[in-house]
Design a protein around this ligand. Structure first.
Ligand code: ASP
Length: 276
């Protein structure tokens, strides 16, 4: 093609414009070309009070991973007061119960390669600051993001759900260590607050969870926060986001009243950039 007498290369130009204009990453292009869908199971908490570890979400995990046995790569970096071996054992036991398995990343000499070769990625809870620091120190942010965008299933609970957000700024954890940045995998465009709780104990003058999130959206006005109550989880399959579990989620957005959303409701608004 010629424009004003000069030859014009249309295709690279179109690619450039869509890359810049729609802020598409090369990984997103890869996903479009391969026609794969991003799949995430983002669980609020590992354990409901009085139940065994990972017991309540085990059937969701089974369904999410499918009938064919999968050995997922487990990332135990959120552990602080217990060992990676102990953590792997606990998770392995539950995954085996539902016909799957995990192997922890700490057994591999090259963690990036382990991620690139994983059939599924599982990130456990614990301390979110420690988790992000270890992910960053091991240079795993970009590889995990790329793999998951290209269709590798991702399961996270608690801290493992926090790191799928743009940042870890809505964690409940104390910053016991300092990661090089607060930026996380940025697989979803909104923030999750796991273990979301409404209670405001009598005689306690500290901030409620809602007050803390209202502070976050006052300063970060362009982003939704979803308070994910215990016993619930988000399932993302491509462009479809759903809430699973017996409780509503509470969605916060600057300038509007917090809103309760239910299982079965269309939550695609959370995947769009917040307007206004
Ligand atoms: N400490 C939580 C977890 O269990 C994360 C959080 O509450 O933000 O991983």
């Amino acid at each position: 093609m010629r424009y004003k007498g000069r030859p014009v290369q249309v295709r690279p130009f179109v690619f450039y414009i869509s890359l810049v204009h729609y802020r598409r990453t090369p990984a997103r292009y890869f996903q479009i070309l391969k026609n794969t869908e991003m799949r995430l199971l983002l669980i609020s908490n590992s354990t409901n009070t009085g139940e065994a570890y990972l017991d309540y979400p085990k059937n969701n995990i089974r369904e999410f991973l499918g009938n064919k046995k999968i050995q997922a790569l487990f990332i135990p970096y959120a552990a602080v007061t217990f060992s990676y071996d102990e953590y792997e054992e606990k998770v392995k036991a539950r995954f085996r119960e539902v016909g799957h398995d995990v192997v922890s990343i700490h057994h591999f000499t090259d963690p990036v390669k382990a991620v690139m070769e994983a059939t599924a990625i599982v990130v456990g809870g614990g301390n979110t600051w420690m988790l992000l620091k270890c992910l960053r120190d091991n240079k795993l942010i970009a590889p995990v993001r790329k793999k998951v965008i290209a269709g590798t299933p991702y399961i996270g609970w608690s801290a493992g759900s926090n790191v799928t957000c743009p940042t870890i700024m809505t964690t409940n954890d104390m910053p016991v260590t300092a990661p090089s940045s607060l930026k996380a995998f940025n697989l979803i465009p909104f923030q999750i607050n796991p273990h979301y709780i409404d209670a405001n104990p009598a005689g306690h003058a500290g901030e409620t969870r809602e007050q803390r999130i209202l502070e976050f959206i006052e300063v970060n006005r362009d982003i939704f926060v979803a308070g994910l109550r215990e016993g619930t989880m988000f399932l993302l399959e491509g462009r479809k986001l759903s809430l699973i579990g017996p409780r509503n989620a509470r969605v916060f957005s600057y300038g509007t009243e917090p809103k309760e959303v239910k299982a079965g409701q269309d939550l695609s608004f959370l995947l769009k950039k917040r307007k206004g």
